[in-house]
Design a protein around this ligand. Structure first.
Ligand SMILES: [Zn+2]
Length: 212
């Protein structure tokens, strides 16, 4: 049976029958051309006390895709970032509950979907909104960066403190949001790891601890 499907980004047909893809059982939602343009640098990075696993450098194609997904509300792109790695990540974090760095209620309402939750839904692990963001601020204004921690707080509903939690986000730019959320979770949880789909270029060289 011939199976055709379409690349979620360029909308060109991805053909499976008798192809290289079929032979090697490559299953993807992007065509090879688009996939190869995503700058993947899976590794563990650090910023002061924060350690996080990151996948992509936030530039070029990855930046375009994330902006299209979250700022132009192109919900169908939710799977393109983690699809080829979902099985590997599910195995690695199988005991963890995923905790997204939240957007504010206003942004979620505007967007109509929880963009980080949807990206990580592919891992098929429990997702818990243990943190809430109390105000809609943009990190691009530098004077807000020092204050960003004060915009997050623990949600009323929490889970067993022995549950390992995986704090996740779509982008680590300065690390301020993730650090603030990590500090909050530390008050309650014993085992916390951090993961970001992408990270700014400044992490690439000087902050890499090891490649995964
Ligand atoms: Zn494509």
């Amino acid at each position: 049976m011939r199976t055709d499907c379409f690349c979620r980004w360029c909308h060109k047909s991805i053909r499976y029958e008798g192809s290289f893809r079929e032979m090697f059982q490559i299953d993807d939602v992007l065509c090879d051309h688009c996939r190869n343009q995503m700058n993947i640098r899976q590794g563990t990075y650090k910023k002061d006390e924060l350690r996080f696993e990151g996948m992509y450098v936030y530039e070029g194609m990855v930046r375009d895709m994330i902006l299209q997904y979250k700022e132009n509300y192109d919900e169908a792109l939710f799977s393109v970032f983690l699809y080829p790695y979902a099985r590997q990540l599910r195995r690695k974090y199988r005991k963890y509950t995923i905790v997204p760095v939240p957007s504010s209620v206003e942004r979620i309402r505007e967007r109509g979907f929880r963009h980080v939750d949807m990206m990580f839904s592919l891992l098929d692990l429990p997702i818990a909104g243990l943190i809430v963001k109390t105000d809609n601020i943009e990190q691009k204004y530098s004077y807000h960066r020092e204050q960003i921690g004060s915009y997050f707080k623990l949600a009323d509903k929490q889970i067993d403190s022995r549950t390992p939690v995986l704090l996740v986000d779509d982008i680590v730019t300065t690390g301020a949001s993730m650090s603030a959320c990590y500090a909050l979770l530390r008050q309650k949880y014993d085992f916390i790891r951090c993961f970001s789909v992408s990270f700014s270029t400044k992490f690439v060289k000087k902050s890499l601890l090891f490649t995964n």
